[in-house]
Design a protein around this ligand. Structure first.
Ligand code: T1G
Length: 707
């Protein structure tokens, strides 16, 4: 496809309409910038053309540079000769007509035009920091000139997508169209209206708004302070601040050079490569390898949830948040009352924080309906079971659902580990049963683990994956086994962290190691947040099922004292009233030391590196077993689960990507040594040995037959 066809110009009433047509999101792939340059030059040379409009074909304006090109050798136009520069120096006015997304190089392209108009559903932004770089097409120099450095800092450092109405208020958009307006028609009319206006407004020449930084020079350090904790170990967020600060100190052309210098130091940094990997891994996760592309997806217009506890309530909110009416049933009116009150309280907290408007809260609450009994939910398109995490009550629920749910309804379980086939066997329609494992808090966490049972149909699997996307989740599919992909791969991490306490480590030491690595919280603090009673119940269940199950005396003794974590004011740590800060507790240290003595475990000093690799290699090994069994469909799905389910630091790409950075052979050799030292629990997975012997990276691991 020649450049021209990626970008073309049509003449309409003396206006040159330049259309970028590079599906799916009109990225600035090779040929697109040149195509824009060619059209602008043609427009300026054509006397019949008085002004131009730049717009995108299909569902979006321009979603930025082509991320697939980063890190690759590619032709680069010099500063001053890029499409941004040609647009900026056009003799005739150019109007950017925005629908869908104007992100990264897309917004930079629009800011290189003289005017910007948009439909109300459009979103604009500079999300480059989310892939470990900074805007490289003038965004750090033009945006502060357009809306002031402070607002520009917020957009560039957070990478957030700005809705069109806010973009209008900020001054990014000159005209916000009516929702019913036809974009092209409105754009041509706008272009005709401004065609003769001179001088042409050029953001590169508009320094007025930069004065804001002279009045408040401390804004850059204030931003640095505000991101210190969240951006530790990363480069891009800090570089974003440096580049915007440069815009307030240097003339435009100098600032552009500074931006390009900073950009070139980041493009191929380990952080940028890891974040690019995560970007595409997330999209790949949405595809289940052996599902036919044309499998019919069931439309979901109504939902139901069985159980109004913490998870049930959060799941109901997820549906309501995305406009789907949902009915909830509970065993008793008191439990229903508690559940509904919790939902109201959760929304009230969001309103108080300003992340939700009061009227929107009312709208969402109005979509959540307490219902009386199973009969009241029979016509829902999907039902999710979220009762206590034990098999008998879950089987009972599925038996009842089978008698009331309409044909074709999706029947799902929110279990985080229990056997989906056992629940499906309680129905006459196991093909409509699957797992939909939400992570707590269900209305906040973006991950949805979609579990395929032995009899789950392709249609059900594809429909649940699509449902996850519809309610704003990242859907990742996997097969059915104890703990599925997420919790099973995390299991050995949990085992190792408690065994290291027996060998002499302390919770605060392990947590410091993982926080330094980039986790928002250490694993022991996370356990206290989740509640140690859940861990105790799960260990007791496993010990009951498997006589060889390795007991965990330290966490058992802590929990048996009623120390369930934050909710009881003490767990692995102690907590002050109303304060979530974890304080080391000598009571716990004493339990650890005395239990270790009793067990006669040899004590040793732990380095941060041993803490990190003991915890993560244990899960890498388990993940290899999960991949070789066909439970995971690809190694990158493990990474997406760890990024969105377990807070793995995103700038490290994910568990398997990080392990690839260390090297399969190094990981294998260390695990083999621990196998010798610690025994069976460290037995290397066959797949791991195979990868080490063949020098194949984890990300190229071939999964077993999908289950
Ligand atoms: N480059 C290459 N492919 C892209 C792409 C991009 N910028 N954006 C999307 N895709 C692919 C994606 O992989 C998927 O492919 C398909 O499009 C649909 O995407 C110079 C340096 C726009 C909000 O960071 O955030 O500009 O899986 O499934 O959920 O300063 O895509 O179907 O094969 O995500 O509707 C800055 C990245 C780049 C935006 C749409 N831009 N994209 O979300 O669809 S750096 C970004 C997104 C830059 C300049 C710098 C989202 C979206 P496939 P999707 P969606």
């Amino acid at each position: 496809m020649s450049d021209k066809q990626l970008v073309s110009m049509e003449r309409q009433d003396g206006i040159g309409v330049i259309i970028v047509d590079n599906p799916p999101v009109n990225a600035l792939s090779p040929g697109v910038p040149d195509g824009i340059v060619a059209c602008v030059r043609e427009g300026n040379a054509d006397p019949t053309i008085k002004a131009m409009v730049l717009m995108g074909a299909g569902r979006s304006f321009i979603a930025g540079a082509d991320i697939r090109q980063f890190g690759k050798e590619r032709p680069r136009a010099k500063l001053g000769e890029r499409s941004y520069d040609i647009l900026d120096t056009s003799e005739k006015p150019i109007v950017a007509a925005i629908h869908g997304f104007a992100l990264g190089g897309g917004l930079e392209t629009a800011m290189s035009c003289n005017y910007r108009i948009a439909v109300p559903s459009a979103k604009v932004g500079q999300p480059e920091v989310l892939i470990g770089i900074i805007p490289g097409g003038g965004g750090t120099q033009r945006l502060p000139r357009l809306i002031g450095p402070k607002a520009a800092l917020d957009i560039i450092v957070t990478g957030r997508h700005v809705p069109a109405d806010e973009a209008k208020k900020l001054g990014i958009i000159d005209e916000l169209l009516d929702a019913k307006a036809d974009l092209r028609t409105a754009a041509v009319a706008f272009a005709k209206k401004i065609a003769d206006r001179r001088p042409l407004p050029r953001i590169s020449e508009a320094d007025e708004k930069l004065k804001e930084a002279h009045d408040d020079p401390g804004m850059f350090d204030a931003m640095r302070k505000s991101i210190a904790r969240k951006a530790r170990g990363q480069k891009a967020p800090w570089s974003c601040i440096d580049a915007v600060e440069a815009a307030t100190k240097l003339p435009f052309a100098e600032g552009m050079k500074r931006e390009a210098e900073i950009f070139s130091t980041l493009e191929n940094s380990p952080e940028a490569r890891a974040l690019r990997y995560a970007f595409f891994a997330e999209r790949e996760a949405g595809r289940i390898p052996d599902l036919p592309k044309d499998v019919p997806i069931r439309e979901i217009k109504s939902a139901a949830v069985v159980g109004a506890g913490t998870m049930g309530g959060g799941i109901a909110m997820s549906f309501a948040d995305f406009g789907i009416p949902v009915r909830i049933i509970e065993a008793t009116p008191e439990a229903m009352q508690r559940g509904m009150q919790k939902i109201r309280d959760n929304y009230a907290v969001s309103v108080k924080r300003g992340s939700l408007k009061q009227d929107e809260m009312e709208k969402r609450l109005a979509r959540i309906h307490p219902a009386d009994g199973y009969e009241a939910i029979g016509d829902a398109d999907v039902v999710i079971e979220a009762v206590f995490e034990e098999m008998p009550p879950k089987k009972e629920v599925f038996a009842k659902l089978d008698t009331v749910m309409k044909p074709g309804a999706l029947m799902l379980s929110n279990t985080s580990a229990l056997n989906i086939d056992e629940m499906a066997a309680m129905t006459q329609r196991p093909e409509d049963v699957a797992g939909s494992h939400f992570f707590s808090p269900a209305n906040v966490m973006k991950l949805l683990e979609v579990v395929r049972g032995a009899k789950t149909s392709a249609g059900t699997m594809a429909s649940v994956m699509a449902l996850g996307r519809k309610i704003g989740k990242i859907s990742v599919g996997c097969g059915n086994c104890d703990g599925f992909l997420a919790n099973r791969s995390r299991g050995p991490f949990g085992t190792e962290m408690n065994i290291m306490l027996e060998e002499g480590a302390l919770p605060e030491q392990v947590d410091k190691g993982m926080v330094d690595f980039g986790y928002p919280m250490g694993p022991f603090a996370v356990a206290d947040l989740a509640g140690l009673d859940i861990g105790l119940a799960s260990r007791r269940r496993r010990a009951a099922e498997n006589p060889n199950y390795r007991k965990m005396p330290i966490p058992d003794r802590i929990a048996e004292l009623g120390r369930y974590g934050q909710k009881t004011g003490a767990g692995y740590y102690r907590y002050e009233k109303g304060d979530r800060t974890p304080y080391p507790d000598p009571v716990v240290t004493e339990i650890i030391r005395s239990t270790a003595k009793e067990l006669g475990v040899e004590q040793h000093e732990f380095t941060e590196e041993e803490i990190l690799t003991r915890l993560l290699f244990a899960s890498v090994n388990e993940a290899c077993k999960i991949i070789e069994e066909g439970i995971a469909y690809r190694a990158s799905d493990v990474d997406v689960m760890w990024l969105y389910g377990f807070g793995f630091p995103r700038h490290r790409g994910g568990l398997m990507y990080w392990a690839d950075g260390i090297g399969v052979k190094v990981v294998y050799d260390q695990i083999a040594r621990w196998h010798q030292r610690f025994g069976e629990r460290w037995k290397p997975a066959n797949l791991l040995r195979h990868l080490a012997e063949t020098g194949t990276p984890f990300r190229e691991a071939k999964p077993g037959k999908p289950r």
